[in-house]
Ligand binder design. Structure first.
Ligand SMILES: Cc1cc2nc3c(=O)[nH]c(=O)nc-3n(C[C@H](O)[C@H](O)[C@H](O)COP(=O)(O)OP(=O)(O)OC[C@H]3O[C@@H](n4cnc5c(N)ncnc54)[C@H](O)[C@@H]3O)c2cc1C
Length: 303
């Protein structure tokens, strides 16, 4: 059976599975449904030498009221991070804050959040969504960056445009970038689809970011080859620990993560939580068959 057919058979029934089954499949990747579960997970990560970033699950809001709920949840998260003295920042999907239907509303909500975060010394990361949002996300990031120092965004190595986006961002001064491969399924005319090409692009972009003076580059990957490349680059160029951090998703590649912490690299874990875990899980599982494969493998390897 071809790998694609295997994956299609694997993911087709996911939306029809009972919630309890999807929860079993997803729970090691999600802190829980509420803020307290996120704090608890972050506290444990901090104790294990990792910093964290919390992400309220949700995307593609279609109404002002949804945007307000998401914004307020993030405001509570900021207060909770401070009250609990956690080493933690926040990550936000702009579509959760209305990017797709009202960019000014989104800008206002982000400004409110970043202002509160700034008062508390907390950094705010703008996640990158699919390619229909790349340009508008980068535009909004540039606008916010003019006013705030504590905001950054994400570059996806699979996009062919990324080298030029990075060059552009670096031109306008210090920029805070998380570099990842990219998780959405994109067409070949705009994205590399071959694993080797995506890795090559990742390595080139990482060098470009370091050479161009990017601030605290987020090296977001669980790919052992890329982690090794980054470690060698850091050593060869004698790059200070204040200029980068490795970043990984909750529940993924924990051995690789522990090794990096042991070798004293700064490491941040991305901690998703929220009521909308079901929609998020189903979407992620369907969007990226590789993840469905990992999850099923993890499920069986636990027994
Ligand atoms: C902190 C962080 C933030 C991210 N933010 C974004 C973003 O804003 N936008 C975006 O498009 N993408 C984002 N991503 C996802 C990213 O683009 C990749 O899809 C994902 O990290 C897998 O790529 P990889 O580099 O780990 O390499 P891969 O080659 O996909 O994975 C390497 C190895 O890691 C393990 N692995 C990887 N992913 C999983 C998983 N989910 N479950 C179990 N094992 C896994 C497997 O063992 C795999 O062999 C983020 C990733 C991280 C770590």
């Amino acid at each position: 059976m071809s790998v694609n057919l295997f994956h299609r058979l694997l993911i087709a029934p996911i939306p029809y599975l009972p919630k309890s089954v999807v929860w079993q499949l997803s729970r090691r990747y999600i802190a829980g449904t509420d803020l307290n579960s996120a704090y608890e997970t972050v506290r444990a990560l901090n104790a294990a030498g990792c910093s964290a970033t919390v992400d309220v699950l949700g995307e593609d809001s279609t109404e002002v009221a949804e945007v307000e709920v998401a914004r307020d949840l993030y405001l509570s998260a900021l207060d909770g991070i401070t009250d609990n003295a956690l080493d933690c920042n926040i990550s936000i999907k702009l579509s959760d804050l209305g990017l797709r239907f009202d960019r000014e509303l989104c800008f206002e909500a982000m400004s409110t959040l970043i202002t509160r975060a700034d008062e508390q010394g907390i950094f705010v990361r703008i996640d990158m969504e699919d390619s229909s949002a790349t340009s508008i996300t980068l535009d909004l990031y540039r606008r916010l960056r003019e006013q705030f120092d504590n905001v950054g965004t994400v570059i996806q190595a699979y996009l062919r445009r990324s080298a030029s986006d990075v060059a552009d961002l670096l031109k306008s001064g210090p920029t805070h970038i998380r570099l990842c491969k990219g998780i959405y399924v994109e067409p070949e005319d705009i994205a590399f689809t071959d694993a080797t090409e995506i890795r090559r692009s990742y390595c080139e972009l990482l060098e470009q970011l370091f050479d161009g003076g990017a601030v605290r580059v987020g090296i977001a990957t669980h790919d052992p080859e890329l982690v090794e490349f980054a470690e060698r680059l850091i050593e060869r160029r004698n790059i200070d620990r204040s200029r980068y951090e490795f970043q990984m998703l909750l529940g993924v590649a924990e051995n690789l993560r522990a090794g990096l912490v042991e070798r004293r690299h700064p490491l941040r874990v991305y901690v998703p939580f929220g009521e909308r875990w079901f929609a998020y899980s189903v979407r992620r599982l369907r969007e990226n068959p590789e993840i469905a494969g990992h999850i099923v493998r993890n499920l069986f390897s636990r027994h």
